[in-house]
Design a protein around this ligand. Structure first.
Ligand code: SF4
Length: 360
């Protein structure tokens, strides 16, 4: 019998599987599933079961969480610390999650979907690692279970904005969204979940098959001209701006759906008035909120960080072109937990072969 990880399942699927393997196991299955999702424990021997039933549970299902390697915090007396936690897979590959304060004692958890990333965006530390492997559904969900159950963080929202391009690992990410949303377990509403993507048309089409209308989607745009986007995001050479825009038009949306458009502002690269005009043209007829993110120079900077005046000027140009715009407050920059700063230099040196089944 193949042993399956409990966190790969939504509640109903697990109950059906348990029912098949262990007759009359439904009530216990609910308790076991809740404990695994909410407390990060799998202990069938504490459920008052007969030894054969405990054995059947252990034979059919396994449970593990990513291992915490270390955490670094950027303190804030105002709204809580930003914490970057380095985690490891069972074979020791490191990846990262970030706790970002939202105020009011609540936090957003920024989760990773891959170890590394193949897309090599020039402003991103993860992109310099290459892709080591996709994270499984259980490893993605495991970040949330660990954050809540073991670290005790009151996580309100989850954003797929950590290491990796989520739609390059669409099957496992969609599996993780289903588990996070499952009312028998973690029960995060669709509106609390955000996929942040470079705008992968095939991946967006796959995401649409979920049929979820309240899921949030944000696009890492960074330039609305092929000339600049080709330079800073090499994947744009395959999927240009026009194809991206078509994919966004086609994506099924609820009434009043608003795309988040993330724009990492890099002085001398994408901060001219013409760049703002291109963004305005790209956004025409889409409902958007453009989030301007001041560039975080990493280990191999493409540019310096923009000044406050440069950020304000770019935002003013967008506003004058009737584009809704806000500034993303950069948190965690001092501990390399800000946007585009996740990555592990050691893994870059010990790059592993990509396994069969990975996306590239
Ligand atoms: S920005 Fe996202 S897609 Fe681009 S290299 Fe970094 S992780 Fe990959």
């Amino acid at each position: 019998m193949t042993q399956r990880h409990i966190l790969e399942f939504g509640g109903r699927a697990l109950f059906a599987e348990a029912q098949r393997l262990i007759p009359r196991g439904f009530g216990v299955a609910r308790r076991i599933y809740r404990e695994a999702c909410l407390e990060g424990r799998f202990q069938p021997d504490t459920m008052g079961l007969r030894p054969e039933a405990v054995e059947a549970w252990r034979a059919a299902f396994r449970f593990s969480l990513p291992r915490v390697v270390r955490s670094v915090a950027e303190p804030s007396a105002f709204d809580g610390d930003t914490i970057k936690t380095v985690l490891a897979t069972e074979e020791g590959l490191e990846f990262e999650m970030v706790r970002v304060p939202m105020g009011g004692g609540k936090y957003t958890l920024c989760v990773s979907s891959q170890v590394g990333c193949r897309l090599a965006c020039g402003f991103c530390e993860t992109g310099r690692m290459g892709l080591l492997r996709n994270l499984s559904t259980a490893e993605i969900v495991g970040q949330l279970v660990l954050a809540r159950g073991f670290l005790g963080w009151p996580i309100r929202n989850i954003v797929f904005m950590g290491m990796g391009e989520p739609l390059d690992n669409a099957d496992n990410v969609i599996g993780a969204l289903r588990v996070m949303n499952d009312p028998f377990g973690l029960s995060y509403g669709q509106q609390r979940l955000t996929i942040c993507t470079v705008g992968h048309p095939d991946g967006l089409a796959k995401l649409a098959t979920l049929g979820w209308k309240r899921l949030d989607v944000s696009i890492s745009l960074n330039s609305a001209t092929d000339e600049v986007r080709d330079r800073v995001m090499p994947m744009n050479r395959k999927v240009g701006i026009a194809a991206l825009r078509d994919a966004l038009e086609r994506f099924p949306r609820r009434a009043k759906f608003v795309y988040g458009i993330n724009y990492c502002l890099m002085p001398g690269i994408n901060d001219r008035r013409e760049d703002a005009e291109a963004v305005a043209a790209f956004c025409r007829s889409l409902r958007v909120m453009v989030n301007v993110i001041p560039y975080n120079p990493g280990t191999k900077p493409l540019a310096r960080a923009p000044t406050e005046a440069e950020v304000a000027q770019f935002m003013a140009w967008l506003s004058s072109l009737h584009v809704p715009v806000t500034r993303r407050v950069t948190k965690g920059r001092s501990v390399m937990a800000g946007c585009g700063q996740l990555g592990n230099i050691e893994l870059r040196r010990t790059r592993l072969p990509i396994r069969e089944g990975d996306s590239c």
